[in-house]
Design a protein around this ligand. Sequence first.
Ligand code: NAD
Length: 255
Amino acid sequence: MPITAVTGAASGIGAALSQQLREAGHQVIGIDRANSDINVDLSTPQGRQQAVNEVLERCNGVLDHLVLCAGVGITAPNCGLILAVNYFAVSSLLDGLAEALGKGSQPSAVVVGSVASVQPGGDQQPIIELMLGGDEAAALELANREVSPSLAYAGSKYAVSVLVRRKVHEWAKRGVRLNVVAPGVVETPLYQASTEDPRYGEATRNFVAPLGRGSQPQELAEVIRFLLSPQASFIHGTVLFADGGMDAMMRPSRF
Ligand SMILES: NC(=O)c1ccc[n+]([C@@H]2O[C@H](COP(=O)([O-])OP(=O)(O)OC[C@H]3O[C@@H](n4cnc5c(N)ncnc54)[C@H](O)[C@@H]3O)[C@@H](O)[C@H]2O)c1
């Protein structure tokens, strides 16, 4: 029975994925703030360390798959929190669980990014180098001081995608495939909150994919399960957009 750890397992994409994996015979170790197997706050270094320790304990140091879904959106109470959860928690859990994944069977990991990572200007911000350089205190301070929620979110998703792509050699040596799935609109509490936001709600509601609809969390779960599976055995270091055509609509000549 494959053992798969999933962050953000209590809601949205992570919950749909956990259900599908359990039905397919995986042992799922769910991680979330509450209502999960491991209840921790991934915005803090202590919470991340506790998550790593408890996963290692539950899987006896041998993990087959890891999916990092936990994230916060533009309605987060501050921009530092967006970076802490969407970037620094991902970085910590990838580092903390890489060795256990290296001992797994046909191991692979998926990070949930976002089509927001290609938002114009998102990749051109000083917070990007601070994130990629691992300077959490400076990144959070700068984000809280002068970055808008929209650019903090876009920047966190861009940086986490670059982080994954920079790991292709290191993780290939361990025999672990690592990829990003970049959703567009997914009908979850995170998206619902964005549509009701006084600053961004109208723009969020009006930003519709060429397919003319948002997706259901189960559709994203299917994509993640494919990336985890042996059917995706040659896919490594890629950013797979599952966005109803949004990326192609915004930048048709870049891929
Ligand atoms: N919904 C969308 O339209 C959309 C689009 C693109 C990307 N995403 C990404 O998909 C991922 C999943 O989001 P979702 O839409 O399923 O949202 P969601 O709000 O339904 O689920 C996110 C989960 O992350 C958990 N989480 C947040 N902060 C945490 C913390 N500090 N510690 C532990 N757990 C924490 C929440 O408790 C929640 O269960 C996120 O990374 C999000 O950025 C979502």
